[in-house]
Write a protein that binds this ligand. Structure first.
Ligand code: ZN
Length: 551
């Protein structure tokens, strides 16, 4: 590989459009090791993994990552990456763009060494390791098996840091929470055909590795997916709804249904399907409470590193009801495991939200006030959980990549989350209706952005102003409601958009949702060509009328 190849970030930006130079304002010149590199963090979240799947090497190699949790209680992971096969002359290892060396993420990878591995697994001759802008390069010419060791230290991020994505990887009580895209170095320009992650857990910490990473004892063969399949973590800011009045009383889970998690083995081995799976994984260990319950063919797992004022069993029951309802809506679960993690919200700046929801793969991380009451969990946090879980279908199983479709992915997910909560009996219809009405009034109807850009354009920019983000989401809800109503008038059917969603899920082939595939699904599910309607109502600055039927 030539020395003047573009960096991961440059590649990423050029793929997405934009001028790489504007991103490197502060990072010209030679970079000493461990220097703070100012890279905008949003790039980490948006399908970065696609970059790593470009095959160039003649023969694919095999990778095993060994995570040593011995120092996890003090926030440190020691990672050994074993690369085997026909290794290239120089193995170029990078973290996904936008993360590496950015101390504001609280993730500090350092201390890299490498050596050849003898046939018996013992370390052989040391290998030269060179720091690059995005990672390290290892001299592996003529070598069949190499071990590369580095350390990742996690530190608490200041609460004033308002970008919630910087809070995903963090120390937790007795251990740590680490996102795959922040801890796993990956080869660039070298195809990988086998992946394994081994966890060495000498202190017997409670560990969870939610889907998609966890396929314990999996014998699935690794298929090379198209680069576009790399999924993304989505953020849903501003999902905190006002509490309503007519909320059903606390429901206590049937203790017979919920079960504590299995004893933690000291060593866990799992096989991610591909590098996108690896990036999407979320590893959590420490003083965790974990409970599981079976819903249809899926295990629903609830975990927390915090002590709450409500019984965890009740929260698990609520999560179970949401999962059951969403599975029933789509007809099946997207994966065999859905994990919800409840954590304390440490974001405290002026523009911060009360509750944050993040989904990575089929894991849902909800960060909320440590003093959250049961009532607040039901009225406010439930919608975040329902929203992020819904992305397991719309966003993951039906992959969201094209920014032009974010209005639909986020709009439909937000609207359906309220409807799912109503169907699950967690929200009363009046509460759901008033939540949606208030939100549409504030974020759509009265939003100053409305005269400036279309709903699709507003939603397409992930890191925009708060006003624009709210407008994109609420406008997406308004557009979905209006599209549903328009289709209902033409077809005489009730809720035709439900059929479109089920159609997209049922006939999914792993390719990302595009405007064309969406229009095709609407046509197949309802017989209506919606292209002109979308042009006029979603992709242009059109004021949409209030919908008649919200719930
Ligand atoms: Zn979302």
């Amino acid at each position: 590989m030539s020395d003047n190849k573009p960096s991961a970030l440059e590649n990423y930006i050029s793929k997405r459009g934009g001028d790489p130079h504007s991103w490197f304002r502060d990072m010209e010149g030679p970079l000493p090791t461990h220097t703070l590199i100012r890279v905008f963090s949003w790039v980490v979240i948006l399908g970065f993994a696609a970059y790593f799947l470009v095959p160039r090497a003649p023969e694919p190699i095999q990778l095993t990552y060994e995570l040593d949790l011995a120092m996890a209680p003090s926030g440190t992971l020691v990672v050994t990456m074993i690369a085997e096969g026909d290794l290239p002359g120089r193995l170029d290892l990078e973290f996904p763009p936008g993360v590496f060396g950015d101390l504001r993420n609280g993730v500090n990878p350092h201390g890299a060494t490498a050596h050849e591995l003898n046939p018996d697994g013992s370390p052989g001759a040391p290998l030269a390791v060179e720091r690059t802008r995005d990672g390290w390069e290892v001299a592996t010419r003529g070598i069949k098996r190499a071990g590369f060791i580095y350390q990742v230290d996690l530190t608490f991020i200041q609460g004033l840091e308002e970008d919630v994505r910087r809070h995903i990887s963090s120390p937790v009580a007795g251990g740590l929470r680490a996102a795959g895209f922040e801890i796993f170095l990956q080869p660039v320009g070298t195809e990988v055909d086998e992946l394994a992650v081994a966890i060495h857990n000498p202190k017997q910490l409670e560990v969870i590795v939610p889907w998609p990473a966890l396929m314990r004892n999996s014998d699935r063969t690794l298929a090379a997916p198209p680069p576009e399949l790399a999924s993304q973590a989505n953020i849903s800011p501003g999902q905190g709804f006002e509490p309503g009045l007519d909320i059903p009383p606390v429901t206590t889970a049937d203790p017979g249904k919920a079960a504590p998690s299995e004893p933690v083995p000291s060593n866990v081995l799992y096989h991610p399907r591909d590098l996108a799976d690896l990036n999407n994984s979320l590893l959590i260990c420490g003083d965790l409470q974990v409970m599981n319950v079976q819903v249809r063919e899926s295990v629903i797992q609830l975990a927390t590193d915090n002590t709450w004022s409500f019984p965890l069993g009740s929260a698990l029951d609520m999560v179970r009801r949401i999962a059951r309802t969403e599975m029933a809506f789509f007809g099946s679960a997207p994966t065999s495991q859905i994990t919800v993690i409840l954590s304390a919200n440490r974001v405290s700046g002026n523009g911060s939200f009360d509750i944050y929801g993040v989904h990575t793969g089929n894991s849902v991380l909800v960060m909320m006030d440590p003093q959250t009451t049961w009532g607040e969990l039901e009225t406010q946090c439930a919608s975040v959980i329902a929203h992020e879980m819904f992305h397991g279908w719309l966003g993951e199983a039906i992959p969201q990549q094209d920014p032009d479709m974010l209005w639909f992915t986020e709009g439909a997910t937000t609207w359906y989350a309220a409807r799912m909560l109503t169907a699950a009996g967690i929200w009363k219809p009046d509460h759901a209706r008033s939540v949606l009405e208030d939100r549409l009034e504030r974020d759509y109807k009265l939003n100053p952005i409305k005269t400036q850009m279309s709903v699709a354009a507003a939603a397409a920019q992930v890191m925009a102003s708060n006003d624009q983000i709210r407008f994109g989401y609420a406008g997406g809800v308004q557009a979905c409601m209006n599209l549903d109503q328009w289709l209902a008038e033409l077809t005489g059917r009730s809720r035709p958009l439900d059929q479109v969603l089920r159609h997209l899920y049922e006939y999914r082939d792993g390719t990302p949702l595009t405007r064309l595939s969406f229009e095709a699904a609407v046509l197949e599910a309802t017989g209506i060509d919606c292209k002109v309607w979308l042009d006029e109502n979603v992709y242009r600055k059109t004021t949409l009328p209030a919908a008649i039927r919200l719930i």
